[in-house]
Design a binder for this molecule. Sequence first.
Ligand code: ADP
Length: 268
Amino acid sequence: MSQPAEFLSPVDLPWYRPVGHECEVFEHCFRNELPLMLRGPTGAGKSRFVEHMAARLGRPLVTVAAHDDTSATDLCGRWVIQGGETRWQDGPVTRAVRQGAILYIDEIAEARSDVIVVLHPLGDHRRRLFVERHDEELEAAEGFMLVVSWNPGYQRSLRELKPSTRQRFVGLTFGYPAAAVEEEILIGETGAAKKVAKRLVALAAKIRAVDHLGLAEHPSTRLLVSTALLIGSGLAPRLACRVGIVEPLTDDPEVAEALTDLCNLVFD
Ligand code: ADP
């Protein structure tokens, strides 16, 4: 079992700046053995939040990035041949259930239906995992908690999370933080000068406010963090914005031009 939070030095505790009541909600879910769903755009701090809370609660963290190729077998485990012998190898979900870990399934809406079927009895009062291939039924060890994330904007035209799945979770929405908070995140995360953090957040607000560019996603806090790092290590701010913000957001030369104009307005 990992160290409880009071024994963790700040170095071991992944830094996270709360933006609302999310830490409190997480703790209550943990205490009541309730599964939690985090909803929000990519780069909004969901994974960092889970890393922070797992460390704070002294639980190991097992993370799985779900995609449409992920099968229940990948998650639960498989028989492998090693040195001429066949032996069972736990998958990440089985490991998390045995260890009483926090199991974080990122991008749950990408997961196939056989994966969802495995997660249902784990997420509700049963807290059980059926490992079909190993003919085993496990009860989650104390401390186990299921956390999932999804990004509704990104999945809109692809897959939705079924209401029957959603209703099994307590929900928290992650958006873009208020300007002052996002500045604090940039400064805390990268050591950026206040002036730089302010400008980057102002730039993000401008880009997030324009609809007509047809961006699939708006600039996330993650993009601002990497741009702040580039500026901090001496890259010219306009170039840092171009490669750190504009390029990751669009392939369209005209949209890139419009975004670059916005960057140049802020970093004159
Ligand atoms: P997501 O899981 O939502 O895609 P991440 O947790 O990976 O996003 O966040 C991306 C980066 O943004 C983090 O590595 C961190 O640098 C920064 N970040 C975003 N929100 C916060 C926050 N509230 N506190 C600290 N860092 C944050």
